[in-house]
Design a protein around this ligand. Structure first.
Ligand code: FCB
Length: 441
């Protein structure tokens, strides 16, 4: 099975890349990395499947040359990776020379292979000592994050192709402080409201720090989910609009318009920190690009529970191993609506897109035709948006390797490359081979 289009259907300067994150692949038992709130979350019974954690993960810390060879050999232009705060600063504030040296080597290894390093500063492994101080609930996190940004980017900034401060603010804030599914596992509306605001304040502070260091090509990475009303009723439509406001518009509107959407403020305003309106100058620090992570849509119904008074219901479309509906049109919808409402001529990138599937090696190969079909269908929507004038500049597959899928442990496999978590052997799947054929032609 192969792709239904050619590499040459995309402009010459269109970036193809693949994405990973530090805690999900590196192994945090090495190199002086500090304890993180994900280690604490996983150590609490019931939070993570089989209580799995990232102490060894894919052992990328030791095997990165081989992994970066895989990125290069597939023909990717760029590699999106993240820097672990707890490796750079094990207590959140004191630099760890071993950690800085590791990211130096990793960066140089990308450059040696002709790969563009696209860094994310925070992909979820908050150092535990900062979590003890309230983590994202504490306004001081903006200062801690600014110091961390300064430390790591003074060292690496000159070699980065692009940098984004925070991966998926919705997950950092809502998923982790209101729904309780990710570390620190809170289910608390006041904590959630604080985190929703502080995550954007921290984003803006990091952008300012990097501008002062003279860095260019700075952006943001938001995750978006298309909200579909479960039926035609006004109540379902209102519930879907509320979901859309909390999930998608809060962050885009904060960064690009300097205010929060009314349907989300309805419930969150009483819990926001004092003088929150004064922070938009920082939050709106100008960006060079906007990244969208897209996986699925959700069908939303009203619910008798307190605000936001909604629930997700099962949808009719085919689903991935995650139980997520496959809805490629949602990517087109988001590319066009984001450009229209928020970003205009600013370049957009799809910074994550991909699917989990449960295949394992058989007769010498790992066969994942459904992943090829998924990527093909989503890239077709990217081409469609580009034909309609949306300035899309790149597309990153999540993920290079099967890895630690957070609360779902090692069971959900998103990789283009299969990883045997006993032997740590890497084996390219047929999707990797199909991409290699596409990109090297
Ligand atoms: C995104 C995360 C990434 C991975 C994928 C499946 O929300 O950024 O780390 O878990 O989902």
């Amino acid at each position: 099975m192969s792709f239904s289009f050619q590499h040459s259907d995309f402009p010459d300067d269109f970036l193809f890349g693949t994405a990973t994150s530090a805690y999900q692949i590196e192994g945090h038992g090495f190199g002086g990395a500090g304890r993180t709130h994900w280690d604490d979350f996983a150590a609490t019974p019931g939070n993570v499947v089989r209580a799995e954690h990232g102490q060894r993960a894919c052992d990328h810390y030791h095997r990165y040359p081989q992994d970066l060879d895989l990125v290069r050999d597939a023909g990717f232009d760029a590699y999106r990776f993240s820097l672990s705060w707890a490796r750079v600063m094990p207590d959140g504030r004191t630099p760890n020379p071993e950690g800085l040296d590791f990211y130096d080597r990793l960066t140089d290894a990308m450059l040696e292979r002709g790969l563009k390093p696209c860094a994310t500063l925070y992909h979820w492994e908050l150092p535990s000592p900062l979590a003890d101080l309230g983590g994202w609930r504490n306004r001081d996190i903006a200062d801690w994050f600014a110091d961390y940004t300064h430390t790591i980017m003074s060292r690496l900034g000159d070699r980065m192709y692009s940098v984004a401060p925070i991966n998926e603010p919705w997950c950092v804030a809502w998923l982790s402080h209101f729904l309780g599914h990710h570390a620190p596992g809170l289910r608390d509306i006041r904590a959630a409201a604080r985190a929703m605001h502080h995550v954007l304040l921290s984003h803006g502070r990091a952008i300012q720090v990097m501008r002062d260091l003279g860095l260019t090509n700075l952006g943001s990475v938001f995750n978006l989910e298309w909200a579909t009303p479960a039926d035609d009723s006004p109540a379902a439509q209102a519930a879907a609009a509320r979901y859309d406001a909390i999930y998608n518009h809060w962050f885009l509107s904060g960064v690009f318009k300097g205010h929060y959407p009314a349907q989300a403020l309805d419930g969150l305003e009483p819990h926001l920190p004092a003088n929150w309106q004064d922070d938009f100058t920082t939050i709106q620090s100008p960006l060079d690009w906007c990244g969208l992570n897209y996986y699925t849509r959700k069908c939303i119904a009203p619910d008798p529970s307190p605000w936001p008074a909604l629930r997700e219901v099962d949808g009719p479309l085919p689903k991935t191993q995650m139980g997520w509906e496959i809805y490629p049109e949602g990517l087109y919808n988001f590319l066009t609506s984001t450009a229209k409402t928020y970003t205009g001529d600013l370049p957009l990138l799809i910074t994550e897109n991909g699917m989990a599937s449960a295949e394992s090696p058989i007769s010498g190969g790992v066969h994942d035709p459904e992943r090829i079909a998924f990527l093909d269908a989503h890239l077709a929507q990217v081409l469609r948006a580009m034909r309609d004038g949306v300035p899309v500049q790149g597309y990153f597959v999540w993920s290079l390797l099967d890895n630690y899928e957070w609360a779902l442990g090692y069971e959900k496999r998103f990789g283009l490359v299969h990883v045997d978590f006993e032997t740590l052997e890497r084996q390219p799947k047929s999707s990797y081979l199909a991409l290699t054929e596409l990109l090297n032609r």
